[in-house]
Write a protein that binds this ligand. Structure first.
Ligand SMILES: Cc1ncc(COP(=O)(O)O)c(C=O)c1O
Ligand SMILES: C[C@@H](O)[C@H](N)C(=O)O
Length: 415
């Protein structure tokens, strides 16, 4: 008998629920039962079910979204803050809530100034282009970095900046000596582009959220200074790195001339990133933001949510990392799967489907979707899971239970 796992969860703020008021006080229990696990959520009905409302109408199934930490929905506190936000025209540099967020981010990162931008991709693009505003510039970056892989080559197609990829190690670093040997010899400028910038990424997404240490970052910073180069950090998940290392963000990015910080990832804001640097850097970044169409008007509505995220969610990142580690450990106990538990330092988990498991990542993804769980297949045999503050410990257990069911089913010739 298949037990249908119905995950009952409020999907909308309680004040807009139909007559049925459910106070979500879940006590999630997960039982292994005859090979099928079922999880149930017991909750207290605090309101009466009136009129023709039957209980089912109050029940909504909930999707456990593990595709990325970019998928979080704004919390009720964020929505209230957005609704009440003080706003003005931010192109005219007057939106008070944007100013508040930018001041706060400059303080947290220990930089002179900050600028709200619509996305991390635009944050990286603007930063690279400001540092490399002379045509024929070259940037040294990881061959497995987000800027090099996932940003449509914007630094070249839009900025005319030439990328000089250096091999990323499994921990997200690039060997210092390889970085130094990638720096162009200025005496041969008749042939060579001019190296102007080095880019790091911390935490490093494609390496499974591995964190770059302060010492390593400082060493790259020293190298940049030695060769009169600038250092940019793609800090989409810098808060995850900070929490994982137990090092304040401002110390982690001390060596950087600029950082792009995503508010819309682990911090859980609905939109946006902030770039930080010197005041003159930010002044030039602001102009380039406008050139790229990123200057927005009453942007305080978005910045208000980000301010709530900074207050509410930084403290939850450690729990995300704990859940990611638990997930990786659990995956390793499932026959046919392999996860490198030791390499799980933050909120990202990659796992391999081993040879002979008779199921592809795509098929596993489809099976999981039927059970209300979304994953991101990375290849035919590799899957990425990203934990965020809207994934609970019982969600992790339910996920493991369903993956086990999928793998067992295949082993027994099912699915
Ligand atoms: C490491 C890293 N940098 C930059 C980005 C770009 O951010 P956005 O999606 O907001 O453009 C992402 C992912 O989204 C990322 O994972
Ligand atoms: C896919 C990638 O662009 C995105 N940054 C993510 O990590 O989900």
């Amino acid at each position: 008998m298949h037990v249908l796992c119905v995950y009952i969860h409020m999907m909308w703020p309680s004040n807009s629920l139909p007559t049925t008021q459910l106070s979500r006080e879940p006590s999630d229990q997960l039982f292994d039962f005859d090979g099928f696990s079922f999880c149930y959520l017991s909750f207290l009905c605090s309101g009466s079910i009136s009129g023709g409302e039957n209980f089912d109408q109050a029940m909504v199934t909930r999707t456990i979204d593990l595709r990325s930490d970019t998928v979080t929905k704004p919390t009720e506190t964020m929505r209230l803050a957005m609704a009440k936000a003080e706003v003005d025209d931010d192109v005219l540099i007057y939106d008070p809530t944007a100013r508040h967020l930018e001041t706060e981010m400059a303080r947290i990162t220990g930089k002179e100034a900050a600028l709200f931008v619509p996305s991390g991709t635009m944050g990286n693009l603007i930063s690279v282009l400001v540092h490399c505003e002379v045509r024929g510039s070259e940037v040294i970056l990881g061959n497995n970095s987000h800027i090099h892989i996932y940003e449509n080559g914007g630094i070249s197609t839009i900025g005319g900046v030439h990328p000089r990829p250096v091999k990323n190690n499994e921990d997200g670093t690039m060997d210092i000596n390889l970085i130094e040997s990638a720096i162009r010899n200025p005496d041969f400028e008749i042939c060579y582009p001019k190296t102007r910038l080095i880019c790091l990424e911390n935490s490093h997404a494609n390496s499974g959220g591995r964190v770059l240490s302060v010492d390593y970052t400082d060493q790259v910073g020293e190298l940049a200074k030695k060769h009169n180069l600038k250092l940019h950090i793609d800090g989409a998940r810098i808060f995850n790195a900070s929490v994982a290392l137990g090092v304040p963000v401002h110390r982690l990015v001390q060596a950087a001339d600029s950082v792009s910080v995503c508010l819309s990832k682990g911090l859980g804001a609905p939109v946006g990133s902030v770039i930080v640097g010197t005041k003159s850097f930010i002044d030039r970044a602001r102009i380039l933001r406008k050139t790229l169409g990123g200057g927005m008007r009453q942007v305080g509505i978005l910045c208000a949510a980000a301010l709530v995220a900074l207050q509410e969610n930084v403290g939850k990142l450690g729990n995300d990392h704990k859940n990611a580690k638990t997930l990786a450990e659990g995956l390793n106990k499932i026959k046919g799967l392999k996860a490198d538990v030791a390499s799980v330092e933050t909120n990202i988990v990659y796992f391999e489907i081993l040879e002979g498991s008779n199921i592809t990542a795509l098929k596993l993804g489809k099976f999981m979707e039927e059970h209300g769980i979304l994953l991101m297949p990375d290849s035919s045999s590799r899957v990425r899971i990203v934990i965020h503050h809207q994934v609970s410990a019982s969600d992790v257990q339910y996920t493991l239970s369903c993956i086990k069911q999928a793998m067992t089913g295949v082993e027994n010739g099912g699915n």
